[in-house]
Design a protein around this ligand. Structure first.
Ligand SMILES: Cc1cc2nc3c(=O)[nH]c(=O)nc-3n(C[C@H](O)[C@H](O)[C@H](O)COP(=O)(O)OP(=O)(O)OC[C@H]3O[C@@H](n4cnc5c(N)ncnc54)[C@H](O)[C@@H]3O)c2cc1C
Length: 402
């Protein structure tokens, strides 16, 4: 396999970087912005910049023009995703919309749904959230109980979702609901596209360990959803939900490798600039070994990502192998953050606002946020079950009752 970009792709990257240097919002370059808790303000910056990307032809690059894309190549899409991840802190707002919702609609939605929603996702007009988890349905997602009853040309939805990232900012939600409680739990589910401004939707932010409220609980009380917002067939929503989860695991990796490289580069600076017993810690053989190991692990992840991308470049759907990358990036980020804590010692506990905090508390913030990495998008234990059963063909996990 040739792992270098061809000259056309290299020229495309240079052209995009040039555009980016002239158009990136000024706020995007400040370290302060990256740990600001003002989510509403960040969402507005994101929407404006996403519109610029769309107008300049840098959104939905490999998707068809009839859905607002550019009919370009997947490699061009990957280049733009990588560069935005490195240079632009608000990439996460489109992680769900562009990374999960649009590819799910492209592969499973109706023509009308693709034409109505994908251009608005690409232009930043619509931000989406993912309403899957419930108080009694996380790892065992098929256990969910939010119900939808069909009445004429609409569904009436009742129930509760939880841990819904950016639900307080979202315009729409991909919602998995139970439409037939009389059949096996995987069989009676359906997948709806819900307008978050519908009467009966209540969003309550939940404060997390970082002190920010990034995710929410959402309540649905007699919320009406038009029948044409059903994706796929009624009671076949499990298949669509799995499609979304496969995209979540594989597409996120594209933006995570450059982010982890950035974290590692900052870690190397931190180790070089921190002294212990009168010498820079980068000279300590223990820390040199630790950092070298992190770099090797990041290279392993990069190569695994190339393997996943090769599958996509062949036009195939992402498969259960995406779980390997999910375990790897989440645990690798935690190891990087833990190494930073060791290097800073007690200073690592200082938060934003303290004059002695490194990087104005960004390390402390990122360490705390990284705890969620091995839970969000499916826990490490669940990814191991998927790899065991669906990649290695081992016998089924006996704890889960399907
Ligand atoms: C930062 C963050 C953002 C999130 N964003 C969203 C979002 O936008 N939308 C959304 O729908 N959800 C979101 N989630 C929820 C996330 O998907 C769930 O938390 C996750 O799937 C785990 O479910 P749970 O919390 O119910 O834990 P549980 O399923 O109750 O699991 C508890 C523990 O038991 C273990 N366990 C469970 N079953 C098994 C088994 N069969 N074998 C071995 N171990 C098992 C788990 O690994 C875990 O350690 C988010 C979570 C976090 C932390």
């Amino acid at each position: 396999m040739n792992l270098t970009m061809n000259p056309d792709d290299q020229a495309y990257r240079a052209k995009f970087l040039n555009w980016l240097s002239e158009n990136i919002p000024a706020e995007g370059t400040s370290a302060e912005a990256k740990i600001s808790g003002d989510w509403c303000a960040q969402a507005e910056i994101f929407r404006k910049f996403q519109r610029k990307l769309f107008d300049a032809g840098y959104a939905g690059i490999h998707w068809s023009k009839e859905y607002g894309g550019q009919s370009g190549t997947l490699m061009q899409h990957i280049i733009v995703t990588e560069e935005l991840s490195t240079n632009y802190p608000w990439k996460m707002f489109d992680g769900l919309s562009v990374g999960l919702v649009a590819p799910t609609l492209l592969s499973r939605g109706t023509e009308e749904q693709k034409k109505e929603f994908i251009p608005k996702i690409l232009s930043g007009e619509h931000i989406w959230c993912q309403g899957f988890s419930e108080p009694n349905a996380g790892s065992d997602l098929a256990n969910l109980s939010t119900s939808a009853v069909r009445i004429g040309e609409r569904y009436v939805v009742n129930g509760q979702k939880v841990w819904t990232s950016i639900g307080h900012l979202a315009d729409f939600c991909i919602l998995v609901v139970r439409t037939d409680p009389t059949v096996g739990k995987h069989k009676g589910l359906s997948y709806l596209l819900v307008d978050m401004k519908s009467p009966g939707v209540t969003v309550r932010p939940i404060k997390q360990i970082t002190g920010e409220a990034e995710y929410n609980e959402i309540f649905f009380d007699d919320v009406e959803v038009p029948f044409d917002r059903l994706v796929g067939k009624e009671n076949e929503g499990w298949l669509i939900a799995i499609t979304t989860l496969m995209f979540e695991r594989i597409m996120n990796e594209i933006s995570i490798v450059p982010k982890l490289q950035q974290t590692l580069d900052r870690l190397i600076d931190l180790t070089s600039n921190t002294t212990r017993y009168g010498q820079a810690m980068i000279k300590d053989p223990v820390y040199r070994q630790k950092i070298a190991l992190l770099q090797v692990e990041l290279e392993v992840m990069r190569l695994n990502q190339y393997r996943n991308l090769a599958t996509l470049l062949k036009g195939e759907m992402p498969g259960p192998e995406g779980s390997i990358g999910k375990i790897f990036w989440s645990e690798l980020n935690q190891r990087m953050q833990e190494t930073a804590m060791e290097i800073m010692g007690p200073y690592s506990q200082l938060l934003k606002g303290s004059k002695y905090a490194e990087d104005n508390g960004k390390w402390a913030f990122d360490f705390l946020r990284a705890r969620g990495n091995t839970i969000e998008g499916g826990t490490t234990e669940i990814q191991k079950n998927i790899i065991g059963e669906r990649v290695l063909g081992l016998p089924k996990d006996t704890v889960r009752r399907n």
